[in-house]
Design a protein around this ligand. Structure first.
Ligand code: BG6
Length: 300
């Protein structure tokens, strides 16, 4: 792994700076005139997105771990190559291994639309031996201007099929979970993971208890309407036909060591996923993009 100084020489420019944060983690700051983002190389973990003159769009827990082989709580964890529990081995880590290891920067610069971009890659050589299976090349391409785009590009570089589920497990910063509503999923079928029952969404989603829902067969954009922060966060996606909506509420928050007891008031997850029947199998040489585009519109 290159030092922060070497990363700055190879991938830094006037809008991208690598640094070591207060936890000793190597991070990159993307400073576009229209918006700023911070990414930890650990997990290629987007920890912050702040459009110009706005509140932070992503939520981070004050109790998060920032340690090797532990996930960061908040921002956008990358869940890959499985979402939730491992399909057949309960000893494997929740939500896959991509969020547990340090990714390598591979490209940076400016796009035609003047967004600042950084690409990070994960290959089998960067993860623990016990977790290695297929060969793969997974990249996260982050683009920042007034919007944030995160694209997980999965390339099956092996000579056998690569099956996986995945999520861009986005945590959003909200004024009050009891006052927001989420539109975009009206009429969609969902599985309530808390009791494994199936339902159909009626109208907007509101919150009054623990919520853990997997929406099926949906490519639609969701909007978080937050009257307290006077803004709407628009979450558009590509390469995804499932969406997960999660808030742990109080009891589950208390059981999670890396989540503050009262923090559930201030966050909601709307996750761009390939989950359940939307899990994917790539033949050798095949590639798939799972992309989320996040935009915040303020009133007035
Ligand atoms: C959500 C799941 O996506 O992630 C929840 O639907 C889970 O069931 C949550 O509790 C957090 O998972 P983790 O592994 O980051 O604690």
């Amino acid at each position: 792994m290159l030092t922060v100084q070497e990363l700055n020489q190879e991938f830094g420019n006037s809008e991208i700076r690598f640094y070591t944060d207060s936890h000793g983690m190597a991070c990159a700051e993307l400073n576009n005139p229209m918006g700023k983002a911070k990414i930890a190389l650990h997990g290629a973990h987007l920890m912050s997105f702040i459009p110009k003159d706005q509140e932070a769009v992503l939520w981070m827990s004050e109790k998060s771990y920032f340690e090797a082989e532990k996930p960061i709580r908040g921002g956008i964890p990358i869940c890959w190559p499985w979402f939730g529990g491992h399909p057949c081995d309960s000893n494997m880590p929740s939500h896959g291994f991509a969020r547990l290891f340090t990714w390598e920067p591979v490209a940076s610069g400016n796009c035609d639309n003047e967004a600042t971009f950084l690409e990070l890659a994960l290959t089998p050589s960067l993860i623990a031996d016990k977790l290695r299976t297929n060969d793969f090349l997974v990249k996260l391409r982050v683009e920042v201007n007034d919007k944030l785009s995160a694209a997980l590009i999965i390339d099956n570089t092996s000579d056998k099929d690569l099956s996986y589920s995945a999520a861009l497990h986005s945590y959003f910063n909200i004024s009050d979970i009891a006052k927001i509503k989420i539109s975009g999923l009206d009429g969609k079928a969902f599985i309530d993971t808390l009791d494994d029952t199936r339902h159909v969404q009626q109208g907007d989603i509101t919150f009054a208890a623990e919520t853990d829902l997997v929406y099926l067969d949906t490519e639609d954009t969701c909007v978080i309407d937050d009257p307290g922060f006077k803004r709407k966060i628009k979450i558009s996606k590509f390469g995804s036909r499932s969406t997960v909506v999660w808030n742990p509420w109080d009891a589950k928050a208390q059981r999670m060591p890396d989540f503050g007891n009262n923090e559930y008031h201030k966050m909601v997850c709307v996750e761009t996923t390939n989950a359940k029947a939307d899990a994917r199998t790539l033949a050798p040489g095949e590639c798939h993009n799972l992309q989320v585009i996040i935009e915040s519109e303020t009133e007035g």
